[in-house]
Design a protein around this ligand. Structure first.
Ligand code: HEC
Length: 152
């Protein structure tokens, strides 16, 4: 058993780490003796993951404002992206994450301040900054983020 235990623990760990960035509803952990179905995240979702869901909803709403030529309003505190606790804290503490996060926040500022003629361009740049960070750190949700792009 003492040989199996470290493998089991590392499997569980892998599941916890992977789940946030991959859109799977259940993970099946297979050990030599048995199959255990684990809930999505035994520790609950990270602060950053919850923030991302709120950001997604906010940007979905903003997309409509841009499409309707309305002034862009923001309802979520996107700045928390730089401080929210992540499933993998080392990722969010890295300089690259801070760089993408800062670029994203600039994108929000630019969009809020852009004229109606420039709003579509500013919006598209904002979605690119979501994509850039996700390509580097968390590819799972990219398919979902693509749905936020404006129709051509
Ligand atoms: C600076 C990097 C960065 C930027 C910018 C960013 N994300 Fe994320 N996103 C992440 C990371 C890292 C996670 C994983 C969070 C965790 O598990 O702690 C994540 C998770 C998510 C999730 C999954 C949340 C869940 O349910 O687990 C969605 C959806 C998401 N992001 C959408 C977006 C959208 C939409 C944007 C732009 C409006 C965006 N992200 C911008 C880094 C970023």
């Amino acid at each position: 058993m003492h040989k199996v235990l470290p493998i089991f623990i590392s499997l569980i760990f892998t599941v916890i780490v992977l789940q946030a960035c991959q859109e799977v509803s259940d993970q099946v952990v297979v050990t030599e003796q048995k199959v255990v179905t684990k809930p999505l995240n035994p520790n609950g979702d990270s602060e950053l993951a919850l923030l991302m869901r709120k950001m997604f909803a906010d940007v979905e709403r903003i997309k409509e404002q841009v499409q309707n030529g309305e002034a862009v309003t923001v309802k979520v505190d996107h700045k928390k992206i730089l401080s929210a606790h992540a499933t993998e804290p080392a990722k969010a503490a890295s300089p690259e994450f801070k760089t993408w996060g800062t670029a994203y926040l600039k994108g929000i500022e630019t969009l809020i301040n852009s004229s109606p003629e420039n709003a579509e361009f500013a919006y598209t740049s904002l979605i690119s900054s979501c994509m850039n960070c996700h390509q580097a750190f968390c590819p799972g949700p990219i398919v979902r983020i693509k749905k936020l792009t404006l129709p051509k």
